[in-house]
Design a protein around this ligand. Structure first.
Ligand code: SAM
Length: 346
């Protein structure tokens, strides 16, 4: 895969995602005190993009909250780990650690033992540099995650020429997801515990990988981590007019959605987990999340944030993105993905 000319365009999708997150945050869709540190030139996005960023973020945050709130593997340990694949400049670790994602009943950082983020080395170098330059980020990173002794190591280490960064519970790893064996070696070197409950995140990432690479990753997780869950967000429905335009626009930027034709519908997104032996998989599109997951109060709140008259375009766009979630252990049945509304199959 070395020197694939489209890799740079794929890496840059991270800037898009971060600028969009900042735009939605600044308009009041959600709070995120950290995203501003990762954007050099803020741009206000169109209302449909802001709404999309909001719902995507709410849905994924909810899965993270549900995962971290579940009972731990034993009475003595409630520690869990999260692995974010293609994490880019995602701020979720900082949100958890600072308490910004806490629910009424759970202080989430106490359930977290390790948070790993994997992305191309070029993006990790940039993220590590920003963290090293920002006291505000380092202060959050160095907060002890629990009162237990041994968790108070006050150190952030930059390793391998800045392509890796680690503290006692946060690990940035530069690697190529298409070379999964190498990524696994680095995850294990940074402390990935095959026996701890583990949530994997892929937010707009698998879609850029050759389908075989995504399959290898999902197969490895299912076979290796006994207690695992997955949360995924990506594009679907490439074959209607809107889908074709979406693909053509990306091609003009040298970006190919490599996975979209193999997993074009909600049904396919679910089957890819089930065919690999995961116990349960479900998916919904963003319209379903908007209609069934957001409550009336939240829909009324966001309706006031900015003038919004592109309802038809919004419905079309939202049909083309989905959230999928899957798990292997029975304990997830009760809560993981539970509030996401009726199943709407395509
Ligand atoms: N997950 C982040 C978010 O939602 O804000 C970033 C999403 S961005 C659209 C896609 C990310 O996946 C980019 O940061 C890109 O570098 C990363 N990515 C795509 N293919 C990858 C690969 N083969 N290896 C490592 N990272 C990859």
């Amino acid at each position: 895969y070395l020197n694939d000319p489209s890799d740079e365009a794929i890496r840059l999708t991270n800037d898009d995602a971060t600028v969009s997150r900042l735009s939605a945050m600044q308009l009041g869709y959600f709070e995120d005190p950290f995203v501003k540190y990762f954007v050099k030139r803020p741009v206000r996005r169109m209302p449909i993009i802001n709404r999309g960023s909001h719902i995507r973020s709410r849905a994924l945050d909810t899965l993270v909250q549900q995962f971290l709130s579940l009972p731990g593997p034993s009475a003595t340990s409630s520690k869990k780990q999260i692995v974010s694949l293609g994490a880019g400049f995602d701020t979720r670790y900082f949100m958890i650690k600072s308490g910004a994602l806490d629910t009424e009943t759970a202080c989430l950082k106490h359930s977290l033992s390790n948070y790993f983020e994997v992305d191309f080395p070029e993006n990790i170098v940039k993220k590590a540099r920003i963290i090293k330059q920002r006291k505000e980020l380092q202060d959050v990173l160095l907060q002890p995650s629990s009162s237990s002794p041994g968790n108070n190591q006050q150190e952030i280490r930059l390793e391998k020429g800045g392509t890796e960064l680690s503290s006692f519970d946060y690990h940035l790893i530069g690697g190529d997801l298409r070379q999964w064996d190498q990524v696994v070696d680095r995850l294990v070197a940074h402390g990935l515990d095959r026996n701890a409950p583990t949530l994997f995140l892929s937010e707009c990432v698998f879609i850029y990988l050759p389908p075989d690479s995504a399959t290898s990753i999902l197969k490895w997780i299912e076979r290796t981590i006994s207690d695992c869950a997955f949360a995924l967000y990506e594009q679907i429905r490439p074959d209607d007019n809107f889908g074709k335009i979406m693909i053509r626009n990306l091609q003009m930027r040298n970006i190919e959605l490599k996975g979209i034709h193999d997993y074009p519908s909600l049904h396919h997104q679910e089957q890819r987990f089930l065919n690999l032996g995961w116990d349960h998989a479900e998916s919904v599109d963003i319209n379903t999340l908007h209609d069934c997951f957001l409550d009336d109060q939240e829909r009324a709140r966001i309706a006031k944030l900015e003038i919004f008259d592109e309802m038809e375009e919004w419905r079309l766009l939202s049909e083309h993105y989905c959230v999928a979630w899957a798990y292997k252990a029975d304990k997830y049945k009760q809560s993981f993905g539970q509030q996401f509304g009726l199943k709407h199959k395509s």
